[in-house]
Design a binder for this molecule. Structure first.
Ligand SMILES: [Zn+2]
Length: 94
């Protein structure tokens, strides 16, 4: 997966309320944005070397085999850059 990062700022989201597509507040080390056609919303996703995250958000630029990690600070998201990380779909919460 191509993994990038974002935060709740208007630069990353076009808004700044920190509310994800699923209606939950985005949380660092927890929330990821995905393409629901690839990873269903609600899925637990293990990213090698990073930990386990929950697919709770979507993004205009997140299409196909891409994951966007939520981070608290914009500079952290910039610093993360773009990484190629193996992802495991752990389960699906219905
Ligand atoms: Zn940002």
């Amino acid at each position: 997966m191509e993994v990038t990062a974002y935060c709740a700022c208007p630069l990353c989201c076009g808004k700044s309320d920190g509310i994800t597509f699923s209606g939950r507040h985005a949380r660092a080390n927890h929330t990821i944005a995905v393409d629901p056609a690839v990873i269903p919303l609600g899925s637990a996703v293990y990213l090698e070397g990073l930990g386990t995250f929950t697919a709770e958000d979507v993004g205009g630029a997140i299409r196909g085999r891409k994951v966007d990690l939520f981070m608290n600070e914009h500079h952290q998201a910039l610093q993360f850059g773009v990484k190629n990380i193996k992802a495991h779909l752990l389960n699906q919460v219905i």
